[in-house]
Write a new protein. Structure first.
Length: 98
């Protein structure tokens, strides 16, 4: 007779291994969204300050590229918060209803 508890243990072990690998993979692929946002904003502010001193084609192009990157980071951050709130709602449910 097969013990059904053994299969559950394998599933739990597999899920734990998957979670560990996913936590290692995520920062390698996406990096820390909040750190990237902070650094990008610092670069943008520095470039914009330098551009106030005069016209510079290189800095202007860099500003456009960083603005595009910053917009992408904001989109990723929005998705992050949406997914996090969804996971919390699934985990904890709606506490306003009985």
């Amino acid at each position: 007779m097969h013990d059904s508890g053994e299969g559950n243990l394998d599933l739990v072990t597999s899920l734990n291994d998957f979670t560990i690998k996913l936590k290692e993979w995520n920062p390698k692929v996406f990096g820390n969204i909040f750190y990237r946002k902070k650094k990008c904003l610092q670069y943008l502010r520095g470039i914009q300050k330098a551009l106030n001193g005069g016209r510079n084609q290189f800095l202007h192009r860099l500003e456009l590229d960083l603005t595009k990157e910053y917009t992408q980071i904001l989109t990723q951050e929005e998705i992050f918060w949406y997914r996090k709130s969804r996971c919390q709602w699934i985990s904890f449910g709606d506490k306003n209803s009985s």
